[in-house]
Design a protein around this ligand. Structure first.
Ligand SMILES: Cc1cc2nc3c(=O)[nH]c(=O)nc-3n(C[C@H](O)[C@H](O)[C@H](O)COP(=O)(O)OP(=O)(O)OC[C@H]3O[C@@H](n4cnc5c(N)ncnc54)[C@H](O)[C@@H]3O)c2cc1C
Length: 408
């Protein structure tokens, strides 16, 4: 059996684990960091994401994190000498109810505050940009040309490849079986191949993170809640250069996908699962036997206001996965209170691709013993008091938060 020692060990090679490894190796050359992924890198939530890299949101604490993702993309493209082919198509926020108009006005002022280009456009202009979009019910439409989406697997593996170039030890097919706890100190991890001792342990295990937190006596306030989207057949009205469209009054979003339309819509009753019930091999999990058709049929009226052709349009692909949701739709991450040397990069609330740069940077700094350069006060792990993340009551609460989410 091995008995190794590292400066930092990360559990999970999704986008958070890879991003942290990228920043840590960039800013702490010569230190030993090991990333342990039991399957292949980015196999779980990360590769399934719609990958909107949203910069401007009503939750302002997310914005610096997302802006840092764009900095990372530029730097990694230079380092690797390759393009990530980020699609900077912009976003249109379509407000069709007075309450949404108010929300849009706030969002437009946040964009101005952060120096992000944002203008109002007419219904005709919006329809020209996205010919599938019916705009006659729109009251106001905000357009932010700097917004983008990407290939999430590519972003995750760019982080990993750059981290490797900088000295990270990234191991696939290595399962962490438990934390190595010495009283109130996280001292490393147990794997099937032996123990790895580390000065800092970072849990970046996505849907499975509450299992590790529980070993340190922490009820991690998040629950795996299913996100799902559909991709239509190709049609000329789904232009590849069309902006992302956010429809808060339909609780839906859409973006181009190579001549098709990718769209997601919040279900009436979102589905959550206990981390104990989710298999390690996520591809073997049945997210929806009918590929989300029952869920879609329950809410399709909301969508037809803006996308009437949905009934005549063939749906070619269905994609689903788990994101870590919280009752207040805020991230849940940071230091584990009361446990030394344990950091929790968890609770992504369906925004992990967008915020990955800032999350990676923040955890790399904290792991190196330096102050977190970002404001994580609204992400604090203790903010809900003591909770049981495996109870049905908690799982339902987090699922309801997703069902109620209007944007982002
Ligand atoms: C359908 C869908 C659409 C989405 N759309 C967007 C979007 O538009 N924009 C956006 O920003 N985000 C989006 N997201 C959210 C985004 O995908 C997640 O926030 C992000 O991928 C979370 O990354 P992660 O690293 O925390 O988790 P994951 O990618 O799930 O990685 C966790 C990793 O930990 C590994 N692991 C777990 N347990 C162990 C163990 N015991 N030992 C070793 N390894 C272990 C797993 O195998 C996994 O690879 C979407 C998600 C879904 C499902």
């Amino acid at each position: 059996m091995n008995n190794e020692k590292a400066d930092v060990v990360i559990i999970g090679g999704g986008i958070f684990g890879c991003a942290i490894a990228y920043y840590y190796t960039r800013d702490n050359p010569g230190e030993k960091i090991i990333v342990l992924e039991r399957n292949e890198l980015c196999n779980a939530a990360t590769s399934r994401a719609a990958a909107l890299m949203t910069r401007i949101r009503s939750k302002k604490a997310f914005i610096p994190l997302s802006l840092e993702t764009y900095n990372a993309v530029t730097a990694m493209e230079q380092q690797l000498g390759e393009s990530m082919d980020v699609k900077t198509v912009g976003v249109m926020h379509v407000a069709a109810e007075e309450s949404s108009v108010k929300d849009l006005e706030v969002l437009m002022s946040i964009a101005t505050e952060f120096g992000e280009p944002a203008t109002y456009i007419t219904a005709g202009e919006a329809h020209n940009k996205a010919p599938w979009l019916k705009t006659d019910e729109a009251i106001r439409i905000g357009y932010m040309p700097g917004e983008a989406y990407c290939d999430p697997y590519l972003l995750g593996t760019f982080y990993a490849r750059c981290a490797k170039m900088q000295g990270a030890d990234i191991r696939q097919g290595v399962e962490v079986t438990s934390l190595l706890m010495e009283g109130n100190v996280a001292a490393g991890v147990h794997t099937k191949d032996g123990v790895i001792r580390a000065n800092k342990v970072i849990v970046a295990a996505g849907a499975w993170a509450p299992l590790f937190a529980a070993q340190a006596g922490i009820g991690l306030p998040m629950a795996p809640v299913r996100s799902q989207y559909w991709i239509t057949e190709k049609a000329p009205e789904f232009r590849v250069d069309a902006p992302i469209v956010l429809l808060p009054d339909a609780q839906a979003y859409a973006r181009p996908e190579g001549g098709s339309l990718l769209f997601g819509i919040r279900e009436k009753n979102s589905f959550s699962a206990s981390p104990k019930e989710i298999p390690a091999e996520i591809n073997s999990f049945s997210f929806s036997p009918d590929k989300g058709m029952q869920d879609l049929s329950e809410v399709i009226d909301r969508l037809t206001r803006f996308f009437p052709a949905v009934y005549e349009t063939g749906l070619k692909y269905y994609v689903a996965g788990f994101s870590g949701y919280t009752p207040d739709n805020n991230l849940t991450m940071g230091a584990a209170h009361g446990i030394a040397n344990l950091l929790l990069a968890t609770g992504c609330v369906g925004a992990g691709i967008a915020v990955s740069g800032g999350v990676g940077h923040a955890f790399a700094e904290m792991a190196a013993g330096r102050p977190n350069p970002y404001d994580f006060s609204s992400f604090d792990i203790n903010r809900f008091g003591e909770i049981d993340p495996f109870s049905q009551e908690w799982l339902d609460k987090c699922a309801r938060a997703r069902s109620a989410k209007k944007s982002g």
